[in-house]
Write a protein that binds this ligand. Sequence first.
Ligand SMILES: *Cc1c(COP(=O)(O)O)cnc(C)c1O
Length: 373
Amino acid sequence: MTKKLNRPIYVTQPALPPLEEFADYLRQIWDSKILTNNGPFHQQFEEELAEYLGVKYLSVFSNGTLALVTALQALRITGEVITTPFSFVATTHSLWWNNIKPVFVDIEPEYFNLDPEKIESAITPQTTAIMPVHVYGNPCNVDKIQRIADTYGLKVIYDAAHAFGVTVNGNSILNYGDLSILSFHATKTFNTIEGGAIICHDKKTKQRIDFLKNFGFADEVTVVAPGINAKMNELQAAYGLVQLKHVDEYIDKRKSIAGIYRNMLNNVNGLRMLNDIPGVRHSYTYFPVLFEEKSYGVTRDEVYEMLRRNNINGRRYFYPLISQFPTYRGLASAKPENLSIGSLIANQVICLPIYPDLEEKYVIQLCKLLTKK
Ligand SMILES: *Cc1c(COP(=O)(O)O)cnc(C)c1O
């Protein structure tokens, strides 16, 4: 009999940088009194982050959602945008905030990313862009998506909130599409408490993005667009600089937890995990597991409740589908018949706890609960 844990385990817990290292930066900020507005740490963070990620241009933001909203503004996207229902709501909300109509297209059954085979039939004269998500950090089929975008003259904006540090054969996944956005929220692999970034490929685009995140100011007296305030402050930029020194450790620890899950849950009937992809460096932001009721024996929700009774809090990411929320369910593309794979996966998935400080013994205990039933 496995004992109930004496303290709750959550799906994630943020990794904080060593306090003494951060304190050095704080002292510098207290001396300089520069708190925000493209200060020295903001500039240094953008440089070091771009280098770490292997991208050309990057602009940091106060959060990932404002990065998404601003990315759409930067490219002047209007009309309709094709997107996935299997994501965190912010993906679709960013379209709504830009008065853009989301058009949901189903996901593919292997890694649950937007299915490129289904994109073309959703294109209309109003379509201006595709907004896919590298869900759980697994890369979309970027080549196929780009081919479609080129054929129809569409922009591609990747929501790469889960894909920090993800590379394919050594090349950052963030180098694909017109723009990519990252989130540095506390729950993500790399956090600056709250934060985000837009990745772009040329200097002019970065300049436009930098204007837009600072009210549209190009200089003291010139406002070029109705911009927003989405700047990252100096404390968070400094915190990010310290985090950057440790993020490889964070990713390695996450990877080793994923390894334990893989070993222990390998042969459980009706339980499916997503394999790592050869040539890909993964972010291990989530560890999704699917429960197929018929072969596993109990429903996903029963598993979820059983874990909760044992003080383990997984999350049903991403359930319900975004297309099921009241704001969006009236759209023609939101019909469940149009999204059959997404609906199926949303009803089978639980993301298991994964974070750098998660102790092995809890992972093992959790696996035993899932194996014995
Ligand atoms: C976390 C997340 C966001 C939003 O990022 P915030 O930094 O929390 O605003 C957007 N899209 C996806 C897929 C996410 O997981």
